[in-house]
Design a protein around this ligand. Structure first.
Ligand code: NCD
Ligand code: ZN
Length: 366
């Protein structure tokens, strides 16, 4: 029998991930660290990461959850509030602790209550970031309740992003987890200081997924998945070979009780099969050769970081995705716990994926 087709890529990075804390952190870090060399770690903990000390401590907790033998570098972000002092970012940058800062419009999404209420208030911080060359990562949705939830990204671009980039033309900006044709067009037509991450779930799902046979909170995330025309635009962008579009999973695990609720949490946990999920899209579009630049080159180039030297190999062999993340869910000395029945559901649960990651070459420790 012929051996299965294999595809070896430069080891990728995840430019947007939620690793959480405590038992959930220990449960989910291995999935990310197995495949990705680095990840931009979101700061929306409770309380959020707003100091250099908190970023260092969180980085240490993440590193303690990386399984032995895996080489993984968490890249830390600071959570912008109305009052965060520019000095925090300056010091975090100088000490090599803070890679980027995250802008959540207040109350736009999970744990964003302490976010920014008025973008003009943070102009001094944005000026400092412009000087430092530190990227601003934006959750691009307006919070205005008058605006339809499916229009919140497009309205954010017009109302806030365009004026912000006019005020700070030298600022590097990543519009995170884009979901619309309007975002694709705006980012594609902009200069090289603007980029966007695209998630696996926004490439696979349209909004029908949330209502297939009933109300399906497992497919609810923010920004919410949109109509099929938008999904198609995202697929075209991700597979276009344009360097302004790169990989960011937005893997966002929640305990089952958080999803199975009358007011379910936003977030999809996709870290277990993220690369396979992207590969499925690139294969459907017959451009698997563009997976490597999207996953492993455009992100580091935008951030001004070196490309990874290690590799990962995908094999074209079927795998059926299990329902839930497997235990163990805690580490020695960890006081929090995650019950087995609270394990997050996996994205693509029950589906058959045509690719699987078979090896991930780790850097020799020196
Ligand atoms: C994220 C989370 O759960 O922290 N949820 C989500 O739906 N993506 C927050 C975010 O990135 O919006
Ligand atoms: Zn996110």
């Amino acid at each position: 029998m012929a051996s299965p087709y294999r595809l070896t890529l430069r080891r990728p990075d995840d430019w947007h991930v939620h690793l959480r804390d405590g038992a959930m952190l220990h449960a989910v870090v291995p999935a990310t660290a197995r495949v990705f060399a680095r990840a931009i770690v979101m700061p929306n903990l409770r309380p959020p990461i707003t100091t250099v000390e908190a970023a260092v401590a969180y980085r240490d907790r993440i590193l303690a959850a990386v399984p032995e033998g895996l080489d993984f570098t968490p890249l830390m972000t600071a959570y912008l509030t109305d009052d965060l002092a520019p000095e925090v970012l300056e010091r975090g940058h100088r000490q090599g602790v803070i890679t980027a800062a995250k802008l959540y419009p207040a109350n736009a999404t999970t744990n964003s209550a302490a976010g920014v209420t008025d973008l003009e208030r943070i102009d001094p911080v944005l000026e400092a970031m412009e000087r430092l060359g530190m990227p601003l990562l934006i959750h691009g949705e307006v919070t205005d309740p008058e605006v339809d939830i499916f229009d919140r990204e497009a309205v954010f671009i017009e109302r806030h992003l365009i004026p912000l980039r006019r005020r700070h033309p030298g600022l590097k900006v990543v519009l995170e987890h884009i979901t619309t044709e309007q975002a694709v067009d705006y980012v594609s037509g902009s200069d090289r200081r603007l980029a966007a991450t695209i998630t696996p779930h926004h490439l696979h799902l349209n909004r029908n997924a949330m209502f297939a046979g009933g109300l399906r909170s497992d497919f609810y995330c923010l920004p919410v998945v949109k109509r099929e025309t938008h999904r198609r635009a995202l697929v075209r962008a991700a597979t276009s070979g344009e360097p302004c579009f790169f990989l960011g999973t937005d893997s966002a695990p929640h305990p089952r009780a958080g999803k199975e609720s009358a007011c379910g949490c936003a977030g999809i946990f996709n870290a277990m099969h993220a690369l396979e999920s992207y590969a499925a899209i690139f294969e459907q579009e017959e451009c698997l050769d563009r997976l490597e630049p999207f996953a492993s080159e455009f992100g580091p180039r935008f951030y001004g970081l070196p490309l990874n030297e290690q590799s990962v190999t995908l094999e074209r062999s079927e795998q059926t995705v299990p329902q839930r993340l497997d235990p163990p869910f805690s580490a020695p000395g960890d006081e929090t716990s995650l019950e087995v029945d609270q394990a997050p559901l996996l994205f693509h649960a029950g589906e058959t994926l045509l690719w699987r990651v078979v090896t991930s070459e780790q850097r020799q420790s020196s």
